[in-house]
Design a protein around this ligand. Structure first.
Ligand code: ZN
Length: 170
């Protein structure tokens, strides 16, 4: 016998395993996706303080850096004599997100972090706290690195590696 449960939002009935239980309520897939989207929007605007204009700018920057990278990659392919290797962080997906040299967290990187905490089930306040700690941690890390007088490129890689560690750790 199949156990049916009702979505507390739209009232649709479905098998229990197809519904999600959150804070004592049942949600169907569609309503849960809407709920997550709304929550992300809330976190973005109210917790991270990213307004729409800033989001648009950062998304454009990311898009442009993708384009630039794509162009460079193809140019390199054409130039068969080119032997120089581009250094990359092994096992890190982070560079796909942020290729520019910068020492602050981009919107996408912040989203990575809050998605991680969100999936762990933390509430907005805790997520805000963790993000603050992470940002503070990276800032201090960077400060320490700068004292070692390494190049910007190297610093950028170290920063991204450190960020990747934050994403991966529990
Ligand atoms: Zn529903």
């Amino acid at each position: 016998m199949k156990k049916l449960e009702k979505c507390d939002d739209c009232g649709k009935e479905d098998r229990k395993k197809n519904l999600k239980r959150i804070n004592g309520n049942w949600f169907c897939k569609g309503c849960n996706n809407k709920r997550i989207k709304k929550h992300r929007e809330h976190l973005k605007r109210n917790v991270l303080g990213i307004n729409k204009e800033q989001e648009r700018l950062e998304n454009n920057q990311i898009k442009n850096s993708y384009k630039r990278k794509y162009y460079q990659k193809n140019k390199k392919r054409e130039d068969k004599n080119s032997k120089d290797k581009v250094p990359r962080i092994r096992g890190s997906k982070i560079r796909k997100i942020s290729k520019k040299i910068h020492f602050y967290l981009t919107l996408e990187e912040k989203q990575f972090l809050f998605k991680k905490y969100y999936l762990k089930g933390l509430d907005s306040d805790s997520i805000e706290q963790r993000l603050k700690e992470d940002i503070e941690y990276l800032r201090n890390y960077l400060k320490g690195m700068r004292e070692q007088e390494i190049s910007d490129e190297e610093l950028n890689i170290k920063f991204k590696e450190e960020f990747a560690k934050l994403i991966m750790e529990d």
